[in-house]
Design a binder for this molecule. Structure first.
Ligand SMILES: [Zn+2]
Length: 96
């Protein structure tokens, strides 16, 4: 067990398990940074904003946040399928 269980220096994540590399995706409502969360890194229960269902611990999913306003508070956890199925529309009132 290495002494450096918590890597100092990256500072971009609070998870002890490495996530996938961040990818920037372009959507009608802006650019979003998407990272894959492997099942081993999913240790908490989240609620998917796409289907309003729970993402249970151990389920691989994605975490996304707006590229313009990076920050932990803006993070959202989605089922992979729900994120990819996100309607590509830019109608009024759906900006946030
Ligand atoms: Zn979902």
């Amino acid at each position: 067990m290495p002494a450096e269980a918590r890597a100092a220096g990256t500072g971009d994540d609070d998870s002890p398990v490495r996530l996938g590399p961040p990818q920037t995706q372009e959507w009608p409502d802006g650019d979003w940074v998407v990272r894959q969360v492997p099942g081993a890194a999913a240790v908490k229960l989240y609620r998917c904003p796409g289907c309003d269902q729970e993402i249970r611990p151990g389920v691989a999913h994605v975490v996304v946040w707006p590229a313009q306003t990076p920050g932990l508070a803006e993070r959202r956890h989605w089922h992979i399928a729900c994120w990819q199925r996100r309607p590509r529309r830019s109608g009024p009132g759906s900006y946030r």
